[in-house]
Design a protein around this ligand. Sequence first.
Ligand code: PLP
Length: 390
Amino acid sequence: MTRFARAERLQKIPPYLFAELDRRIAAKRAAGVDVISLGVGDPDRPTPPHIVERLAREAARPEWHRYPSYVGAPEFRRAAARWLERNYGVQVDPDREVVALIGSKEGLAHLCWALVNPGDAVLVPDPGYPVYRTQAVFAGGEPVELPLRAERGFLPDLAAVPETVARRARLLFLNYPNNPTGATATAADFAEWVAFARRHGIAFAHDAAYVDLALDGGRAPIALQAPGAKDVTIEFFSLSKPYNMTGWRLGFAAGNAELVQALATVKENTDSGQFTALQMAGVEALENTPEAFLEEMRALYRRRLEKAAAALREAGFDARRPRATFYLWVPVPAGYTAEQVAERMLEEAGVVVSPGTAYGRHGAGYIRLSLTLPDERLDEALDRIRRLKF
Ligand SMILES: *Cc1c(COP(=O)(O)O)cnc(C)c1O
């Protein structure tokens, strides 16, 4: 018997696919098994010291102990604008076209509340970061899947979206470099997607969480570089993945002023922004992180991905390292489902991997490994996987 029935919107989201896996992991650990998780994407390395020290200094300033600015500290918004100009030659007005976020997940979620009316179609990548879909549903919208298939390099086929769907679509979510597939997009891809959004009057929300983690050097292209992007685009940037700051909760959105301001209006009525001292540490991250630090992180993930791919090949998988991110997206061998592979890895090796279906039905037939754990733990996990023959 339940005293408190959940709201219908909560009943509409798919059952949490990791729940059963979580239960099994807890049981294994209770039984004394040394379980190693390659599940969640959460960098293991610490935040660089210059950022931590800046927070410590700023935290002592009494003026930051009061409510922050709703749209973000002007210093942080200006640093975000300068970062876009410096790295991409993209110009945005820090006052009208940038809003600080309590992590980009918060902004992606609230954007749905800012734009989606009941019955609106929301185009979401599948497989994809689950937030786009669940928040579209919460807002009463209808998520429409854009399948990401290997034969198209895990890029969406917007030409395949029926005219009737495009007409009632309000919002298009995409994410490159991509979680979970590790795929990257080119400037030409972004130009095509911006043109599609302009043609149909759809807002284009691009999730750029992994732009700094292009593994073959430098940064991946962004949507705001595309011609006419600012007419339709709001782009989400996160400090979490590049600077090892997932626990801090800081990001920003930039782009079309109407979209940025609509998001800011939802935020004004929902949260009161991020701690200003923490935003000042964000300024430090954006302005004063040596490129050598990012190069070192890219080299670290590249090495880990290469050795993980090699271990999986020994175990009978067709694994190749991606061009970006710290995820290995691997097709499962014939005769297995993703869930069966995840289960065998847990039961026989004590290693947790995500079944691709956790990211949508087009993730069927894949598993995702996140290589965000210390090398000695990763090596132990890979030794165990190597011995499993599929
Ligand atoms: C990690 C991740 C985010 C969330 O980042 P936060 O800024 O920590 O909220 C957003 N999108 C994708 C695709 C991610 O993998």
